[in-house]
Design a binder for this molecule. Structure first.
Ligand code: HEM
Length: 415
């Protein structure tokens, strides 16, 4: 049996914060292995990369999620008591609630709402000197997704709610004041949505049949009981927050359109190229660096011993760029997806395995469709200039975004 390589430093939390995307794969290369062991926030943690490690990580007989995510992530990004921390039957049952919302018809409805808001915002942008795309798209998506899930959003509140939903993901990886702003935003968002759930249950608010607000407010857990208003709020926020976070990928799409202008005309017609383009953005651009679980019991894998109760972190970013699965992995080549094998373990920007059974993101199709729609709009419906700005992607921040947040000027839009 081989010993899992051990990182040299006593605790690697700082190294992870300084290089959240490269942390695992660089060390794996250094140790010549797909895994190594270290301490994160003083807790022993095995870090793994690559498709084979991903296949292992999604085995539910070996790994559990409850108790795996650090408290600071739960108090900002996820919330407490949501689907991310459930295991086994409880997870599958709750996951069904999310999956039931992802029908083609429901996704089409979200696309229509979002397209409408793109048009409205584009008109507004023609009157502005400078448009900061990242900020604008957060607000645009907040409006679209609130309408889609059936949560009323009074005009006077739209900016504030967009900022609060954004703080849940945009500052979740920060330390200091931004982290505390993220925690405060979580409390505000949960109170807001808890109030909505209570109004629905009292019959004072009646979101459409099939909308997420109605489905979640009336969902019964395995024991037949309604979710507590707080947990229902956490789950509804599990739809609102990440949909607003698609703004990160949309900014990356704008970044790629600028960096690879030959893609622009190909995005203007048909459905095939936008899909390839969007997949390559999800593969190559940095978003969610890793996911965490803990081992259920002692076991062996490839000659390595995994002890029971050990925290394990799977490298999503590095796995998407693993040279064993991808030719020239660092290059932006949308056409590579014409011959992708469809493996659930080598392309995992939103998690791997099975959507129903594993923790893989239920919003993956929504994300792809929103990105396709937005890429087309950016490529075909508007024209703009890029003033001087720093477009380098800040990969020390979570999520990484271009330093300038993507500024556009002199925007032209013909209705
Ligand atoms: C889970 C990424 C968009 C809802 C996840 C996971 C990742 C992820 C990495 C964890 C996978 C795992 O633990 O194995 C992303 C990214 C998105 C995105 C990068 C782009 C913005 C969405 C959208 C929704 C959504 C639009 C709306 C429905 C969820 C939920 C889970 C999840 C509810 C937890 C699933 C579970 O624990 O079973 N996502 N996601 N995500 N995502 Fe997304």
């Amino acid at each position: 049996m081989s010993r899992i390589p051990r990182d040299r430093s006593f605790d690697s939390t700082l190294a992870l914060l300084l290089d959240p995307y490269g942390f695992i794969s660089k060390r794996c290369r250094r140790y010549g292995a797909d895994l190594f062991q270290t301490r994160l926030l003083l807790r022993p943690t095995i870090c793994m990369t690559g498709p084979e490690a991903a296949e292992l990580f999604y085995r539910q007989d070996l790994f559990a999620r409850s108790g795996a995510a650090p408290g600071r992530v739960q108090k900002t990004l996820f919330g407490q008591g949501g689907v991310q921390g459930l295991d086994g039957e409880a997870h599958r049952h709750r996951k069904q609630m999310f999956m039931s919302l992802m029908t083609p018809e429901r996704i089409e409805a979200l696309k229509e709402l979002t397209a409408e808001w793109w048009r409205t915002y584009a008109q507004k942008w023609t009157t502005m000197d400078r448009v900061i795309l990242y900020d604008e798209v957060q607000e645009l998506l907040t409006r679209a997704v609130c309408a889609w899930v059936g949560v009323p959003l009074p005009e006077a509140e739209a900016g504030r709610r967009a900022a609060e939903l954004t703080a849940l993901f945009d500052y979740a990886g920060s330390v200091g004041p931004k982290h505390w702003w993220s925690r405060l935003s979580r409390r505000r968002c949960e109170s807001w949505i808890e109030g909505i759930v209570e109004q629905i249950r009292a019959g004072d608010l009646s979101p459409p049949e099939g909308s997420a607000a109605r489905v979640i407010a009336t969902w019964r857990d395995q024991d037949g009981a309604l979710l507590s208003p707080r947990i229902a709020a956490v789950e509804l926020l599990n739809i609102l927050r990440p949909t607003v976070a698609v703004a990160v990928f949309i900014v990356f799409a704008a970044h790629a359109l600028h960096g690879f202008p030959a893609c622009r005309p190909k995005l203007q017609t048909g459905d095939e190229y936008p899909e390839l383009f969007v997949q390559e953005i999800r593969r190559l651009y940095p978003f969610f660096p890793a996911v965490m679980a803990r081992t259920r019991h002692n076991f062996e894998w490839n000659g390595y011993r995994f002890p029971r109760g050990r925290r394990v972190m799977l490298d999503l970013y590095g796995t998407n760029r693993d040279a064993r699965a991808w030719d020239a992995p660092e290059e932006f080549r949308p056409d590579r997806f014409r011959s992708w094998d469809g493996s659930p373990f080598n392309f995992i920007p939103q998690g791997g395995g099975d959507h129903h059974m594993n923790h893989r993101c239920p919003g993956e199709w929504m994300t792809i469709e929103l990105m396709k729609l937005s890429c087309r709009f950016l490529a075909a419906s508007i024209e703009y200039d890029l003033p001087d700005q720093d477009l380098r992607i800040d990969i020390t921040r979570l999520p990484a975004i271009p330093k300038s947040r993507f500024v556009m000027s002199n925007l032209r839009y013909a209705i």
